[in-house]
Ligand binder design. Structure first.
Ligand SMILES: *[C@@H]1O[C@H](CO)[C@@H](O)[C@H](O)[C@H]1NC(C)=O
Ligand SMILES: *[C@@H]1O[C@H](CO)[C@@H](O)[C@H](O)[C@H]1NC(C)=O
Ligand SMILES: *[C@@H]1O[C@H](CO)[C@@H](O)[C@H](O)[C@H]1NC(C)=O
Length: 350
């Protein structure tokens, strides 16, 4: 397409030159050629408008959107991400706070010293995947479908330990290639606890404080690790608060950090944690996700109804939430599957 237009363009100019002694047609030809030149200049932009590319039109963190009310009353402009989280993520007061701070700081920093590396921990169904999706949607216009967002699931992408060396060089190539195409690339690694330690070791340099590696800078990239590691310890802390009759929202990051980092260091099963990722402080934020209670599951159901354009029905929401299994016995406080599977349970009720 592009070369065809270029050819047309050249054709026009040769026409202009060949008719240079006829004043009238020259005028017309020059005019048309000029118009074509103008079109060519904007052609690139037109292309970018319709086709995703590594530019601001397609990749930007949405700071500007604001809820008028809070802006007036609180003199505070929340990011679109913050609004999204408030509306759609339940029971995660610590995770949402940490992530908003981390991502907003990083995206507004013109010169970050290293890529952003987040490690999300917690029980299944608590929203780790959902949060990575929200992040992708708030940074890339195409969200998870963006060609600059890459998701790897350990058991799917790197299933055979014997192939580790192939995986290593493949993953290095992918990260290098994709960051070369677009510095603002996002890499999501799911099921970190099942990932081979050597694999993460092999991509460690990309997460470090280097100005560049072989002429490529990785400082604009975002790495997100998801794992269930530490989930049990987080649950213990939350259960202690619950047993003491304390408000869940009183739990602070430091209450969990001790339990989390010790677990993270000591757990021999989870490959990730052997590596010097932690020793070298390459992970910028450990983000704990709390196990979800009945009231949160209910809210998930209501949100799902809204997403499906159904009239939110409190009664059905309670019923669906009651269908879930809760632990530990005998307290039955936390949903075993968090908000996972509520979508299919909801089908059953409609
Ligand atoms: C940013 O906000 C504007 C206005 O609300 C919206 O139209 C646009 O799609 C948002 N961009 C992203 C990348 O979310
Ligand atoms: C980018 O990553 C994907 C995997 O998500 C891979 O298939 C592709 O080859 C990579 N692109 C480059 C240019 O390396
Ligand atoms: C985390 O949980 C494991 C298993 O439940 C336990 O053995 C370990 O002591 C806990 N770590 C901390 C720091 O509480």
């Amino acid at each position: 397409m592009r070369s065809r237009i270029l050819l047309l363009f050249l054709l026009f100019w040769s026409l202009v030159l060949s008719t240079a002694n006829e004043p009238l047609s020259t005028g017309i030809a020059v005019g048309m050629a000029a118009a074509l030149t103008g079109f060519l200049a904007t052609y690139q932009n037109v292309l970018y408008y319709f086709h995703e590319c590594c530019r601001q039109e397609w990749i930007s963190y949405n700071n500007t959107e604001c809820e008028i009310v809070s802006a007036i009353v609180l003199d505070y402009y929340p990011t679109a991400l913050e609004i999204d989280m408030k509306k759609k993520l339940f029971g995660q007061h610590i995770a949402s706070r940490v992530i908003i701070k981390a991502v907003t700081g990083f995206m507004n920093n013109k010169n970050p010293k290293k890529p952003l590396v987040l490690s999300l921990h917690g029980w299944t169904g608590t929203g780790k995947n959902f949060v990575s999706q929200l992040l992708a949607e708030n940074i890339y216009k195409e969200g998870m479908a963006s060609s600059y967002v890459h998701q790897f699931v350990s058991t799917t992408h790197f299933p055979h330990p014997s192939e580790i060396n192939t995986y290593k060089s493949q993953l290095q190539q992918w990260i290098k290639g994709n960051v070369t195409l677009c510095p603002r690339s996002m890499f999501i690694f799911d099921e970190m606890d099942k990932m081979h330690a050597g694999l993460i070791d092999s991509i460690k340099p990309y997460m470090d404080y280097y100005d560049n590696l072989d002429g490529i800078s990785y400082r604009q990239a975002i790495f997100i690790f998801l794992s269930n590691a530490g989930g049990e310890n987080i649950t213990r802390v939350v259960l202690d608060f619950w047993s003491a009759g304390r408000d869940r929202e009183e739990i602070q990051l430091k209450d969990l950090e001790a339990a989390l980092s010790l677990e993270v260091f000591n757990n021999k099963r989870s490959g990730f944690w052997h590596t010097s990722l932690i020793d070298k402080n390459l992970v910028d934020f450990f983000v704990p996700f709390l196990p979800l209670e009945f009231s949160h599951v209910r809210k998930c159901v209501l949100a799902e109804m809204e997403a499906r354009d159904l009239t939110p029905d409190e009664e059905i929401a309670s019923q669906v939430a009651k269908e879930m299994t809760y632990f530990p016995k005998p307290e039955n406080v936390f949903s075993v599957k968090g908000c996972k599977t509520i979508a299919s349970k909801l089908d059953y009720f409609n």
